[in-house]
Design a protein around this ligand. Structure first.
Ligand code: XMP
Length: 321
């Protein structure tokens, strides 16, 4: 079925929220629903929307998969507590690293994350909670790119002809599916989310695994997590769609303490974009780039080289995996 896009410039936020609240209530009836909050804009907006519709009948979980940004589980939990929404943190770190072990192909990595999320973690949570519905923040860009074969978004099933009820044992509700990121932000504002949440830079479902080229290990995640924290701190507040750090798989010779060492490379990306379909690199000043390179190589002993991506999307994508 073709999804009818609602463009950000046309969205009537109040009406949109009211309609979606009604739709969620109608679908769930007097049952229970669950959702997973990743801290990304889409999942934050869907959490707020779901709670407006269902109140305590929506159970919100933060799946700590070990591949999130620094301090993220506690930060996200605290931010939602302020809004009166209880978030339960589920420790699934080992499950995800086990599932990712030995996998180097990007699509296989995404698939391993999908399967772990939906078949193992969510399926268990659904059974434990008695919920029949999973609320999820899929947006139109996710659908477009998956259907076009550009990327396997981990949150798109029905559009690929996969019935979640059959595959995983529960139904998925996707109230943001007609929107793109700019529309989602407007809905977030309308729902009363704090600006630092609805205007947060996008973060992908597969989390930092989308930023590690090659096999994802706890050691590599630790490196890319530190680099991400530095890039986010340095670029916070600048006018850009998204900024991130990527850990390369290949190594290069570098110098530490007057000795040649074979070390890791971090690539910084910073994007101008409206809706992530096309993007171009932000023309950051060399001063800013210098600072980030110095901070990264100082804070992360394994890293000897830092580069900046100067390619547009396409041919590049925003993430690396
Ligand atoms: P790419 O890398 O495809 O990313 O140019 C486009 C936008 O989507 C985000 N992204 C994802 N978001 N699940 C998500 O919810 C995913 O699997 C996923 N992969 C990429 C990415 O951060 C960018 O904003």
């Amino acid at each position: 079925m073709k999804i009818k896009e609602i463009k950000a410039k046309n969205i009537n936020t109040k009406k949109f929220i009211e309609e979606k609240v009604q739709e969620i209530r109608q679908a769930v009836g007097d049952g229970l629903a669950i959702n997973a909050l990743s801290g990304g804009v889409d999942s934050c907006v869907v959490t707020a929307l779901g709670h407006k519709a269902l109140g305590n009948r929506l159970k919100t979980y933060f799946i700590d998969n070990g591949i999130m940004r620094e301090g993220e589980p506690a930060k996200v939990k605290a931010a939602f507590k302020k809004m009166g929404i209880h978030v339960e943190v589920v420790d699934a770190v080992q499950d995800f690293f086990d599932a990712l072990k030995g996998i180097t192909d990007p699509e296989e990595k995404r698939e391993a994350i999908t399967q772990t999320f939906y078949k193992k973690i969510f399926a268990d949570l659904v059974i434990q909670s008695g919920a029949k519905y999973l609320l999820q923040g899929t947006i139109l860009t996710d659908v477009d790119e998956t259907v076009a074969g550009i990327k396997r978004q981990h949150n798109v099933f029905e559009q690929l002809g996969i019935d979640p009820q059959v595959a995983f044992g529960y139904k998925i509700l996707e109230p943001l599916i007609q929107l793109r990121k700019d529309g989602v932000r407007k809905a977030g504002r309308g729902l009363g989310l704090p600006e630092e949440i609805f205007n947060r830079i996008p973060f992908p479902g597969p989390a930092l695994a989308a930023r590690v080229i090659g096999e994802v290990t706890p050691e590599k995640i630790a490196i890319v997590r530190k680099a991400t924290a530095i890039v986010e701190a340095q670029l916070k507040g600048i006018k850009a769609f998204q900024y991130l750090a990527i850990l390369h798989n290949d190594r290069v010779t570098g110098m530490r303490d007057n000795k040649r060492v074979f070390g890791n490379q971090i690539e910084i990306r910073c994007w101008n974009s409206l809706d992530a379909r096309k993007a171009s690199p932000t023309r950051l000043s060399f001063n800013v780039l210098d600072k980030m390179a110095a901070k990264i190589t100082k804070a992360i002993p394994e890293v000897v080289s830092v580069t900046y991506n100067i390619t547009t999307k396409p041919t590049s994508t925003i993430e690396a995996v």
